[in-house]
Write a protein that binds this ligand. Structure first.
Ligand code: MSP
Length: 498
């Protein structure tokens, strides 16, 4: 049996068109999923849409559309965004699907039967935008701490006994220090839980758009209880249950509380094994401003891709800031980053080396007799796979690809220093060895870039005539063979104009 890896994105609310924040979460998960697949894991990569709750009900009413067609339309927009972004998800779940509803209703019955859910009455603050309850102490100037409008609600409600899980959660965090990442976020969660947990209202009676409670037709399920279990309902079948528990939930920092507190508590109450890790990434701003519809500064990923190209967008989003930190989008930063990393570094190296070989080495991988300086560069190329494994297992996406770019820089320095164009006249054999060393570096770089810029990396590997493209192939054992024919090289990374 191969090793398995189960990774998820949050499921997206279908009340609005996707923006750069959604694209970011999904691309990050895609990079990690692709890398694991290339590294020999059996991967299950799940994404989808979160379609119930008051927020969706209100948005559909505002649009004057019936709710099901409203959610159908937006869910389709997210699905098609995945195609546009070249996302390799294995499934796309919608919370309105029967497979999900059925699982969640079973879960409800289990929680009710075990005494984890009881009937009471809720009086308190609720923010529809966040679909979240807030304690009086959290309200700032009449609003939720997130800035969302709150309303006072009083209604009969079923409660989940969250307070009973406080100590068990704290013990779990203690026993599994890697469960919440990055560390700064872990500390926030810990202090929140230590501050005391209240029982959680998990049903609503004042609107209808939700999964009906099996034992009480007046109630629909609280949307977060419904939504979190998507991660379970997608693999709750014979073919996929071996993926449980989930290895990695990628979420934005705004929804960490739901994933790091409610979710493990629900699972403990169901006696189900807990996920291994929840990683909270940061938020994008636009030219320094918070992105919001009311400010009119949302960034449409599709427009960005139409203007530049997909791989440039993927590359920029993944490397502009350390994964976990907040970051800023600006057009000039985008152009500078892409030009300096992809066009001037990797692209230039490939173009120089491959066209030189095409002209001067009969379009074949040259013969070689390596010197120390060559072997040293190659050793660092062969050490790249392990570096990437470590970084990506820690979700240090930016560092994994910084290591690739560093190899490109080292190879560029090497080519300037070795100057094969001068060796052509003085020492053609040495020239061959230098070019061989460089093509071998390009092979490693091409394999390494597949998870972040799949199409461009594929073009690079095609130009090297390589079929072994897995991470395990990034070693000396799979080195290029002298004499292999190479196709006519073509530019892969066109430079962007300011
Ligand atoms: N439906 C819930 C998640 C349920 S998961 C069981 C939800 N949906 S959302 O559509 O509002 O947000 C989805 C993700 O997009 C979140 O992880 C959020 O952090 C992310 N982003 C939304 N705006 C963002 C930025 N400006 N920057 C980065 N990510 C942001 O929450």
């Amino acid at each position: 049996m191969s090793k398995t890896f189960y990774i998820t994105t949050p499921i997206y609310y279908v009340n609005d068109a996707p923006h750069i924040g959604h694209a970011y979460t999904t691309i990050a998960s895609d990079v990690l999923a692709r890398f694991k697949r290339l590294d020999g894991f059996e991967v299950m990569f799940l994404t989808g849409t979160d379609e119930h709750g008051q927020k969706i009900e209100k948005s559909a009413a505002k649009a004057g559309v019936d709710i099901q067609s409203f959610t159908d339309k937006f869910s389709e927009t997210f699905r098609s965004l995945n195609k546009t972004l070249n996302i390799s998800n294995d499934d796309f779940i919608r919370t309105t699907e029967p497979r999900h509803k059925k699982t969640v209703q079973e879960i409800w019955k289990k929680l009710l039967a075990s005494g984890n859910i009881y009937l009471g009455s809720y009086s308190g603050w609720y923010a529809v935008r966040d679909e979240a309850f807030y304690a009086e102490s959290e309200i700032v100037d009449g609003k939720a701490p997130t800035g969302a409008e709150v309303e006072w609600i009083t209604e009969p409600s079923y409660f989940f006994k969250l307070s009973a899980w406080q100590d068990k959660l704290l013990k779990f965090y203690d026993d599994h220090p890697d469960f919440i990442a990055p560390t700064s976020r872990r500390n926030e969660v810990l202090s929140f839980v230590k501050g005391g947990l209240h029982d959680l209202s998990v049903s609503r009676t004042s609107f209808k758009w939700g999964i009906p409670i099996p034992n009480d037709e007046h109630h629909v399920m609280y949307v977060w209880l419904d939504a979190l279990f998507n991660y379970y309902s997608a693999i709750h079948n014979e073919e996929r249950q071996h993926f449980w528990p989930c290895d990695l939930h990628i979420v934005g920092k705004d929804i960490l509380r739901f994933h790091a507190i409610y979710w493990p508590a629900f699972l403990m109450a169901c006696n189900l094994p807990l996920p291994k890790r929840v990683y909270a990434h940061g938020w994008w701003t636009n030219d320094g401003e918070k992105i919001s519809k009311s400010l009119g500064n949302t960034i449409d990923p599709v427009k960005l891709i139409e203007e530049f190209n997909l791989d440039y967008v993927r590359y920029f989003l993944m490397t502009e800031m350390p994964f976990g930190n907040d970051g800023n989008y600006s057009r000039s930063a985008f152009i500078n980053k892409v030009n300096s990393h992809l066009c001037n570094n990797i692209g230039n190296l490939a173009q120089r080396v491959l066209s030189f070989i095409n002209k001067n080495c009969d379009a074949k991988i040259p013969t070689f007799d390596l010197q120390e300086v060559d072997s040293k560069l190659l050793e660092s190329a062969y050490s790249l796979a392990d570096k990437m494994r470590v970084h990506l297992d820690n979700q240090e996406i930016h560092l994994a690809f910084e290591a690739v770019i560093n190899l490109g820089s080292a190879a560029n320095e090497y080519v300037d220093h070795q100057a094969p164009w001068s060796l052509k006249k003085t020492d053609p054999e040495r020239m061959n060895s230098v070019l061989y060393t460089l093509t071998e570096c390009l092979r490693i770089i091409g394999i390494a870039l597949q998870s972040i810029i799949p199409d461009s990396a594929c073009k690079l590997l095609d130009q090297l005539n390589i079929s072994d493209r897995e991470i395990k192939n990034m070693t000396k054992d799979y080195a290029l063979k002298a004499g292999t024919d190479l196709p006519i090289p073509q530019g892969i990374f066109p430079r962007l104009q300011n």
